[in-house]
Write a protein that binds this ligand. Structure first.
Ligand code: ZN
Length: 479
């Protein structure tokens, strides 16, 4: 632009120069009447020449200036563009480094990302489940059990057949659930599926093992876990066609657990320890007069066998065994009241009873136990007057149906024999955790009752399933 303008200017100057030069000699009338002398002409020409020279110099200066401007502009542009290029290169390098970093980060996080996606996939899967029924020797088919619940044959019986359909299978997903059983005396039978009988519900031979799996596209999206109750305990969960149970050793299957999970999910834990199967027998073990230094051994045994008990505690002992009381509650045991100082209710005034119950409740709660839901009257002594007070306190009175007399005999074997001879479904069994012989008996009774198919539940759990309790009323069993 500036060059173009410069060119125009120099042409103009050149033209004006030529015109000036061309006209100069033809102006004879400037000095009228007299021709110019040689000297005047020379001077005039010299003036013209100086003028021209000055103009040429100016033109040169102007051109040089323009050139300088152009050169400077070029240099400036070059410098700026060099600067921009280096800035761009720098930026690109930074971006490349960032990308490199993020790529390596992605590589490092690829696994957790994939895991998160898998988790998301599982979370979005419809909640498909197995439902299943068991045939029990001498009883016949059970109702269908929900996915992830325990089914158990009653004590001294066992499972002869099973059947299982799927529940909540997603629209368009193919396949079903299939299963086969190892029937004692016969061996593995053919696979059955979708609710058809596997085993021999009309016969009397027990199952020794089972295998189950999903089929079709269901098997690609879900895992099927299961375990059996055999020889007094639950087997480790297995999945997708593996064998649960030990065949060929005369061990029968007494219980079954089945659940469906999203593919690759963690091994499910099974129903929590507090679930009680209302169709199976249950008893409430109760321990009075504690807590004591022996009580933790009872808790150990309960924990190992998945059972719970009810502790009727003497309030003034509670603070000394606070951690034991807290552990009772943590294990799902019931922390109930046996009054503050083991005083017979029948000899106390209303005010004394209420104060004793409140004090005991506060001590139990302070130790980390739960507020008592029931009272065991010391000595089992209760009358209408004390029942009326318990009604005001909102408490039922809990007596018992099996009296071991453990406090009297202080003989573990006697206590064990008494319980095992008398026990029946719905019993409330009375023992005392104040004596070591009682605790030794409990350490045998807890696994043995469990092995015989009794669920060891709390008084309130059993009551809830069998009619409930009312404040001021007295209960000795729940059948
Ligand atoms: Zn007592």
């Amino acid at each position: 632009m500036s060059q173009l303008r410069g060119g125009e200017n120099s042409n103009l100057n050149r033209n004006s120069g030529r015109n000036t030069g061309g006209n100069a000699p033809q102006r004879p009338d400037r000095r009228a009447g007299r021709p110019l002398s040689e000297r005047e002409i020379r001077e005039m020409r010299a003036r013209k020449a100086r003028k021209m020279k000055l103009m040429r110099r100016r033109r040169r200066i102007l051109l040089l200036g323009l050139l300088a401007v152009c050169v400077l502009t070029g240099v400036l542009v070059a410098a700026v563009s060099r600067r921009v290029r280096s800035w761009k290169a720098e930026k690109a390098a930074v971006q490349a480094a960032a990308m490199q970093e993020s790529m390596s980060a992605s590589a490092a996080e690829a696994e957790s990302l994939a895991a998160a996606e898998a988790e998301q996939y599982r979370a979005n899967l419809p909640d498909m489940g197995a439902i299943y029924g068991i045939a029990v020797n001498g009883v016949g088919w059970s109702h269908f059990f929900a996915d992830n619940s325990y089914s158990m044959a009653p004590a001294n019986s066992y499972i002869t057949a099973l059947r299982a359909p799927l529940n909540g299978q997603p629209e368009g997903m193919s396949g079903t659930i299939r299963y086969r059983v190892n029937l004692s005396g016969t061996g593995w039978l053919d696979w059955q599926e979708n609710g058809n009988e596997a085993g021999d519900s009309a016969g009397s031979m027990p199952l020794e093992g089972i295998a189950m799996e999903l089929t079709g596209s269901s098997a690609a999206s879900y895992d099927l876990y299961y375990k059996v109750y055999q020889n007094g305990s639950w087997t480790t969960p297995v999945k997708n066609g593996e064998t649960a149970g030990t065949e060929g050793q005369g061990l029968r299957v007494d219980g079954l657990w089945v659940t469906v999970t999203g593919k690759g999910a963690e091994v499910p834990e099974g129903p929590n320890g507090k679930s009680v199967d209302p169709t199976r027998p249950m008893v409430a073990l109760t321990f009075d007069d504690g807590p004591s230094k022996y009580t933790p051994r009872i808790l150990d045994s309960l924990e190992a066998n998945g059972g719970r008990a009810t502790f009727f505690m003497v309030g003034n002992r509670v603070a000394s065994y606070a951690s034991t009381v807290k552990r009772m509650a943590d294990l799902g045991c019931e922390t109930d009241s046996h009054t503050w100082a083991h005083t017979y209710l029948t000899g106390m005034s209303e005010g004394e009873i209420l104060q004793s119950l409140n004090q005991t409740r506060d001590a139990i709660v302070a130790a980390g136990g739960n507020a008592p839901k029931g009272v065991r009257p010391p000595g089992g002594k209760i009358n209408d007057a004390s029942k009326a007070v318990l009604a005001k306190a909102g408490m039922p009175s809990i007596i018992w149906s099996v009296d071991t007399l453990d406090w009297k005999t202080r003989n573990a074997q006697h206590t064990i024999d008494t319980v095992l001879r008398q026990v029946q479904d719905g019993d409330i069994i009375l023992m005392h955790d104040l004596y070591e012989q009682s605790v030794i008996a409990a350490e045998t009774l807890i696994p043995e009752l469990t092995r015989r198919g009794y669920q060891l539940v709390t008084v309130s759990e059993m009551a809830e399933l069998r009619g409930g309790m009312a404040a001021g009323q007295s209960y000795g069993h729940f059948r």
